[in-house]
Design a protein around this ligand. Structure first.
Ligand code: ZN
Length: 278
């Protein structure tokens, strides 16, 4: 399994150029680039061509652009804005040769019927996939394990992706989000593994289901998630994508970025090496 780094892990103590140097130095294979802050910040000082050359000249490669947020159940005006943003991401993906764009469902306090969530999500994903196809870019839907997210369990996300029925549309399986709304291990066991594009590795403090937030994440293997359960299913089913460590913990932002990047690799490998060569 290839090892990947999500920039949320060093959100407040690093930048893209620094993350790249440190991840390269510490043997990561991939990075997930944050397009909402870290990439625009980088582009204030350096060019897209420089970033592209960096990837050509180093081992580390871009895995995904993170993220197109709130893709479903939007107003027409918001949807047009979203499409504009998505098209810009496609241009970045082409220049940098990024295989995946992560797309995140709407988070809202408003109650929306599941059938309306599904019909909007399927239609939007089909349209986005059509736009992405000429670029060779795949869409990875990341459900969020929180009650206010319109797609908040693995089974709900899997059902939507299955209905889209496009080999270029799949899922991010984030262990934190899987645990946080008590997603179904049985559905995971029955899933078509080719629909899981990216695995996000993390762990969490043991708060009750429905109350967990990203800041509760801890080093993989140091928390309450049944990582062994998830990984053994993925291994059995022949998952061959990357494992991206993704933490959002404020106290890790107080540490030097290099320490975080080293420790994130160490703890992730401790969990994963039981299942796959990394
Ligand atoms: Zn994630």
């Amino acid at each position: 399994m290839k090892l990947s780094f999500n920039q949320a892990t060093t959100l407040e103590n690093s930048d893209l150029a620094n993350d790249l140097e440190l991840c390269e130095q510490h043997g990561y294979d991939y990075i997930e680039i944050r397009t909402m802050d870290k990439l625009p910040e980088y582009l204030e000082q350096q060019s897209l061509e420089q970033l592209s050359s960096y990837f050509q000249e180093h081992h580390i490669k871009p895995l995904a652009l993170n993220a197109l947020v709130y893709f479903n159940n939007r107003s027409e005006e918001d949807y047009q804005q979203l499409l504009k943003e998505f098209k810009q991401m496609l241009e970045y993906a082409k220049e940098l040769q990024v295989p995946y764009i992560v797309v995140v469902p709407l988070v809202t306090k408003e109650k929306i019927l599941k059938e309306d969530i599904k019909s909007s999500s399927v239609a939007v994903l089909q349209e986005l996939a059509e736009l992405a196809e000429p670029y060779g870019v795949k869409l990875a839907v990341e459900f969020v394990g929180h009650p206010e997210c319109t797609i908040n369990t693995f089974e709900q996300a899997y059902d939507i992706v299955e209905h889209v029925n496009d080999p270029n549309v799949g899922l991010v399986l984030d262990c934190f989000h899987f645990h946080a709304m008590n997603s179904s291990m049985d559905t995971l066991k029955q899933a078509d593994i080719s629909k899981i594009f990216i695995l996000h590795m993390d762990d969490t403090e043991d708060f009750p289901i429905g109350s967990l937030v990203d800041e509760d994440r801890v080093w993989p293997g140091h928390g309450a998630i049944d990582l062994d359960g998830i990984l053994s299913v993925l291994t059995e089913k022949g998952y061959d994508g990357a494992a991206t460590v993704e933490l959002f913990r404020p106290e890790y932002y107080e540490m030097p970025a290099e320490e975080v990047i080293k420790k994130a690799k160490e703890t992730t490998m401790q969990v994963i090496s039981k299942y796959a060569k990394i």
